[in-house]
Ligand binder design. Structure first.
Ligand SMILES: Nc1ncnc2c1ncn2[C@@H]1O[C@H](COP(=O)(O)OP(=O)(O)O)[C@@H](O)[C@H]1O
Ligand SMILES: CC(=O)OP(=O)(O)O
Ligand SMILES: [Mg+2]
Length: 403
């Protein structure tokens, strides 16, 4: 057997999966949470069983050691499982990386140099890579969230600010969640319903116009033309764009200056405010879509407004991206909210009938883990739900590099 261990190191968490890249089977996986805090926790899942341990986890090194111990104790043994590589999710690749790379000291240094552009994500990524390289003697591959967007057209990637300042500070739109947008948009392009539509219209795959909505805790939209990203909602950092669980998405940058000048607020305070205490959480008190939905159903006004703002932003982006693409063939939903919240999908297309977008209620409510069409047959663009699988995509890209 050939397996890849995929690591997604956050600022205070470490998510992992042991994946068989060929079949996509997940042999085991889990998450270490609240690293560096008093009350840490590790949840390891193997063969349908969950092993949970509550204990303090000092740092990412301790976290990975714990994970490796659990693989030996609860299985499967990494050696017996035939681990050939470790795949690392790295959030910011800047302009240095437009494809996955085998990690060496220079790569680690380059990822560290990008910390100022992704202060919430890259530090954890660097630590995760360093610790894993020490503990696991196999090739390590870094897969970048930004890579799929490396070739955004200049008109989409450029902020309208002074060019010299922008160049000096690396200020441009990079885009994130690219591994997911790429995985999902290729699954859409390969889907029989999509191929049939293109064939019936006598069009080639290079003309396929998709809008992909990755709606998880972080959320982003992309416009994909013939497999290439031509626009995306996240920018210099993963803060721009859609309303997210705890992030504001688009705001007037004047708000930042106003808050800095009118109170005793520090830069760090405003940074934390916009990244961790805004979005759905800031508006309603909860960041989880399931809880938000329960509050809305119970008649909570704050939750209703939060959901309205969330859906309004999504409709604006879909409309804008249809304009960028000169039309839309497929609107696709993915990630935790996109895959599971039927009411969010219905709420997004509600009002987009002028683009021909609509869902079939029964198809939209049906639950499945397979990529599927939820719009009615024979009408306008397709609306689809495609489960994302960033870990599998990372495992496959790692294998492709190390053979
Ligand atoms: N059955 C469900 N119905 C509605 N929302 C769901 C459901 N399951 C998960 N979610 C939502 O998905 C979000 C998390 O998405 P996920 O893609 O796992 O996030 P991330 O990978 O960014 O942490 C949460 O807001 C959660 O409420
Ligand atoms: C880049 C990003 O926003 O990632 P996540 O959704 O995992 O926070
Ligand atoms: Mg995710």
């Amino acid at each position: 057997m050939t397996t890849v261990l995929v690591l997604n190191s956050g600022s205070s968490s470490l998510k992992y999966q042991l994946v068989v890249p060929g079949s996509g089977e997940v042999l085991a996986g889990g998450v270490v949470e609240r690293i560096g805090e008093e009350a840490g926790r590790i949840t390891h899942e193997v063969a349908g069983q969950e092993v949970v341990r509550e204990q303090t986890v000092a740092d990412h090194g301790a976290a990975l050691r714990l994970v490796l111990d659990l693989f030996e104790e609860a299985g499967p043994s990494l050696r017996e499982a035939g681990i050939v590589a470790v795949g690392h999710r790295v959030v910011h690749g800047g302009t240095s990386f437009s494809a996955p790379v085998v990690v060496d000291d220079d790569v680690v240094a380059a990822v560290r140099a990008l910390v100022p552009l992704a202060p919430l994500h890259n530090p954890g990524n660097v630590t995760g890579i360093e610790v894993a390289r020490e503990l696991l003697d196999v090739p390590h591959v870094a897969v970048f969230d930004t890579a799929f967007f490396a070739d955004l057209p200049p008109a989409a990637a450029t902020y309208a600010i002074d060019v010299k300042t922008a160049a000096e500070h690396g200020v441009r739109r990079y885009g994130f969640h690219g591994t997911s947008h790429q995985f999902v948009s290729s699954a859409v392009a390969a889907h029989p319903a999509v191929r049939a539509e293109l064939a019936a219209a006598g069009r080639g795959p290079e003309t396929l116009r998709q809008v992909v909505l990755h709606l998880g805790n972080g959320a982003s939209a992309s416009a994909v033309l013939g497999g290439h990203a031509v626009e995306t909602s996240m920018g210099l950092t993963p803060l721009e764009g859609l309303v997210m669980g705890t992030r504001s998405g688009d705001i007037d940058p004047g708000i930042v200056f106003h808050l800095l000048r009118s109170g005793d607020l520090t830069v760090d305070y405003v940074d934390t405010l916009l990244n961790k205490r805004s979005g759905l959480l800031g508006l309603s008190g909860v960041n989880d879509m399931r809880e938000l939905t329960r509050l809305v159903e119970a008649g909570d006004d704050g939750a209703r407004l939060a959901l309205d703002v969330y859906l309004h932003r999504l409709r604006k982006y879909v409309g804008a991206y249809a304009a960028v693409l000169g039309g839309i063939d497929v609107l696709v939903f993915t990630a935790g909210v996109g895959e599971n919240a039927a009411h969010v999908r219905a709420g997004v297309v509600d009002g987009l009938g002028f683009l021909g977008l609509t869902v079939d209620a029964a198809r939209n409510e049906a639950r499945s883990r397979e990529p599927r069409v939820v719009s009615p047959s024979g009408t306008g663009p397709l609306v689809m739900v495609v489960p994302t699988n960033e870990e599998l995509a990372i495992a496959r890209q790692a294998i492709a590099l190390v053979g």
